[in-house]
Design a protein around this ligand. Structure first.
Ligand SMILES: NC(=O)c1ccc[n+]([C@@H]2O[C@H](COP(=O)([O-])OP(=O)(O)OC[C@H]3O[C@@H](n4cnc5c(N)ncnc54)[C@H](OP(=O)(O)O)[C@@H]3O)[C@@H](O)[C@H]2O)c1
Length: 286
């Protein structure tokens, strides 16, 4: 199901905000992603600390969140009893055992199950819980740690309030878009592997910058801020990359000379081939 209707205005109304603040969230799996989600919800003010309960088996590593007032536990059942929304942030091979224990407690009238687990489908989750349930699959990226994730979302049996709530939640952690679940592998490549591709592009800029005279620290700053500014131009103005390129390319100038040399060396083609290679690898392994 593709859900792309504009719920943001509705979701940001006072009525929805009030209900959002009262919702309780359990995060099962307080690792990299689980703690980043909890921190993002706290930093943005979206959730009160006492409305978040985060679990893992070794809870010592959750002390920083505990100091901020977040509830911590090594008991997943307790977390499900506490929460309206249950976020699964464990490794794929752990999900079946965890859901087998939680399924008697999951209640379709109350709970929304949100999974950020790569490669585990909504169908798989529903089979594991063995009952009708609102399920959301989310694919964020590592920038969720600084509330700048791109998160692709797909839903099953969620009502409009739940959709608005989830959209608002992930918009606190960056930007969110609803997609058809069959595009989740493509979302993994473009949105999650995409962070690594962008890092390589920036690294190459740094290497080039050093060769033309900058020290590494200055080259890193210039490369990263320039890429951030370029991305912001597209996001804020809604323009096409080529329109922005036209503004930088003077006839017979240095920018077009560099760009054309990059294309002669296969720049766009190698990126596209890399994206397709990542996608083919997921398809082959699934
Ligand atoms: N990192 C990313 O940027 C990213 C992006 C998109 C999707 N994902 C997906 O998100 C999931 C989590 O990734 P991650 O990087 O956060 O992994 P991670 O750091 O290994 O976190 C998983 C956590 O689950 C906990 N855990 C294991 N068994 C548990 C149990 N029975 N009950 C409660 N907690 C349990 C582990 O802690 P204990 O061992 O102490 O229990 C661990 O802290 C993965 O499926 C990954 O594919 C990650």
């Amino acid at each position: 199901m593709v859900l792309s209707f504009g719920l943001t205005d509705f979701a940001s109304s006072g009525f929805i905000k009030a209900s959002i603040m009262n919702k309780k969230i359990a995060i099962i799996g307080g690792g990299n992603l689980g703690t980043a989600i909890a921190e993002g919800l706290l930093n943005s003010g979206f959730s009160l600390p006492e409305h978040i309960l985060i679990t893992k088996r070794n809870i010592k590593t959750l002390s920083a969140l505990e100091k901020r007032g977040v509830l911590i536990s090594d008991n997943n059942e307790e977390a499900v009893r506490f929460a309206d929304m249950v976020v699964l942030a464990v490794k794929p091979f752990q999900v079946d055992d965890i859901l087998a224990k939680l399924k008697p407690l999951l209640n379709s009238e109350r709970h929304v199950l949100v999974s950020v687990i790569t490669g585990v489908t909504i169908g798989h989750l529903l089979k594991a819980v063995g009952k009708k349930l609102s399920v959301i699959r989310a694919m964020p990226n590592t920038a969720i740690a600084i509330q700048e994730s791109m998160t692709c979302l797909a839903s099953h049996d969620a009502n409009s309030d739940q959709i608005a709530y989830i959209e608002d939640l992930f918009n606190q952690l960056g930007k969110a878009v609803w997609i058809d679940e069959k595009l989740m592998d493509a979302a993994t490549v473009l949105g999650a592997c995409g962070t690594a591709y962008a890092m390589r592009y920036i690294r190459a800029n740094i290497q080039g910058g050093i060769e033309i005279g900058f020290d590494a620290a200055t080259a890193s700053l210039i490369a990263a801020q320039t890429v951030k500014g370029a991305a912001e131009l597209l996001l804020k103005k809604g323009s096409h990359p080529e329109q922005e390129i036209d503004k930088v390319t003077t006839p017979k100038g240095c920018t077009i000379a560099g760009l054309n040399e990059m294309e002669h060396q296969g720049f766009s083609s190698s990126l596209i081939k890399g994206i397709v290679a990542s996608y083919d690898k997921i398809e082959k392994d699934s």
